[in-house]
Unconditional design. Structure first.
Length: 175
């Protein structure tokens, strides 16, 4: 059975902030969406939209071909999901879909990016990875739900644990 908290977590993974909108926490939803998606898009712009891709290789057998950053980028949700689909299609010998969007670029293109853009490619890769890792925190926040108590329960708990003295003045001070 899919509980509302699991549904909110799934929505938060699909689109950062969407799980919070689902819960009615629009302020947090806007904050997460703007920060995480903004960081992701800024990284993609720095790498000319060619730095998020996935390749199916065993990291123990071929560590130089393993896409170390993609497991972090994956948690950005739908913005990174086409890379996994493109990598899977390539692994099974199919042509890319979606006009090759987020498909693994040719090595000459990657080398050209490194020469032409230098450190911007690396910074963009880090930005997209950090965006995915930050979204893990947002997913967890959406799964746990709002962190507040009912006001009546809070007042009852406060009065039960801290009764007023006989004089009627609280411990905070006197007049």
């Amino acid at each position: 059975m899919v509980t509302p908290s699991k549904r909110a977590a799934l929505l938060a993974w699909l689109v950062p902030g969407l799980g919070h909108f689902y819960q009615g926490r629009t302020g947090k939803g806007i904050l997460y969406a703007v920060c995480i998606l903004g960081l992701y898009v800024m990284g993609m712009v720095m790498g000319e939209w060619k730095i998020v891709y996935w390749r199916w290789v065993n990291p123990l057998n071929n560590p130089e071909k393993f896409c170390l950053y993609y497991p972090g980028q994956f948690f950005a949700g739908l913005p990174a999901l086409p890379a996994l689909i493109q990598g899977t299609l390539h692994h099974y010998g199919f042509d890319p879909i979606l006009w090759g969007f987020l498909a693994e670029p040719d090595q000459r293109i990657l080398n050209g990016l490194q020469v032409r853009l230098g450190k911007l490619v690396e910074i963009g890769t880090i930005y997209t990875t950090v965006a995915g890792l930050l979204n893990i925190l947002a997913i967890y926040d959406a799964y746990e739900g709002p962190a507040y108590q009912d006001l009546e329960e809070e007042a009852a708990a406060r009065s039960a644990s801290n009764p007023l003295p006989a004089g009627g003045l609280g411990a905070e001070g006197s007049a």
